[in-house]
Design a protein around this ligand. Structure first.
Ligand SMILES: CC(C)(COP(=O)(O)OP(=O)(O)OC[C@H]1O[C@@H](n2cnc3c(N)ncnc32)[C@H](O)[C@@H]1OP(=O)(O)O)[C@@H](O)C(=O)NCCC(=O)NCCS
Length: 209
């Protein structure tokens, strides 16, 4: 399985994997609870995406020499480490899965296919100030969407609206960083810097608290 590992610093690493039909990796490292979750996914493609995201986190942890602790989902759907040490975030999109781990700080990661149809749903996730600076281009819109997903996942709580509570500063279509903040919630005034990567027709973003 093709993997790209990026060791961000001594505390954090991310891994991106191409989802393939066959792999020699096994899921033996999963906790009992995770094996049950995996067994309960009936859709074959979703099953592959779920598994590949777990291979990705396994590889990111290996790069940091951290043993796989097992993860469970909290009441908001965010994965938490079973030994309460470190922070994880996972993402999958058709063709790819990725994961990021940080020893001390919350993280968020997201990947999205660049699709024309995102231009039609901008009104659902963009503030008017963001519509003003974004080019009517699916790549630029996908970068904004993905940055908001990463910020959302980093903070982790349901009920944060992309349009009303996450505001991005203007950025160019070739930007490698996007700045944004959460406003109007308990987490108001927290500022994030989101890293941006482009892999063929996919935008990958991640942020560290
Ligand atoms: C839950 C949500 C973050 C998932 O993102 P997605 O782009 O659909 O899917 P991804 O593959 O990138 O991410 C899925 C992973 O997110 C993680 N996740 C789910 N809820 C989460 C939360 N509250 N916080 C952090 N991570 C979360 C899970 O690990 C999940 O992977 P898993 O099911 O394999 O464990 C997203 O769908 C969502 O609900 N966003 C907020 C709602 C919203 O405002 N939407 C836009 C309105 S226009």
């Amino acid at each position: 399985m093709q993997t790209k590992i990026e060791k961000i610093d001594s505390s954090s690493a991310l891994a991106v994997k191409i989802i393939e039909g066959q792999t020699s990796q096994t899921l033996d490292f999963l906790s009992f609870r995770e094996k049950l979750s995996y067994a309960n996914i009936s859709h074959p493609e979703k099953k592959k995406e779920w598994a590949t995201a777990r291979f990705a986190i396994y590889d990111a942890l290996k790069a940091l020499k951290v043993p796989y602790p097992g993860f469970f989902k909290d009441e908001h759907g965010k994965s938490q480490s079973m030994n309460s040490q470190g922070y994880v975030s996972l993402t999958h999109t058709p063709g790819y899965a990725a994961a990021i781990f940080h020893r001390e700080q919350p993280v968020g990661i997201d990947m999205d296919l660049i699709r024309e149809k995102i231009l039609k749903i901008g009104f659902r996730f963009l503030d008017t100030s963001e519509v003003d600076f974004l080019e009517k281009d699916p790549t630029h819109y996908t970068m904004a969407w993905s940055a908001k997903e990463s910020i959302f996942k980093c903070q982790g709580k349901r009920g944060v609206s992309f349009r009303e509570n996450i505001l991005l500063e203007p950025f160019e279509i070739d930007a490698l960083k996007i700045k944004g903040k959460i406003r109007g919630t308990d987490f108001a005034d927290h500022h994030y810097t989101v890293e941006v990567r482009r892999l063929e027709n996919v935008i990958l973003t991640y942020t560290i608290w």
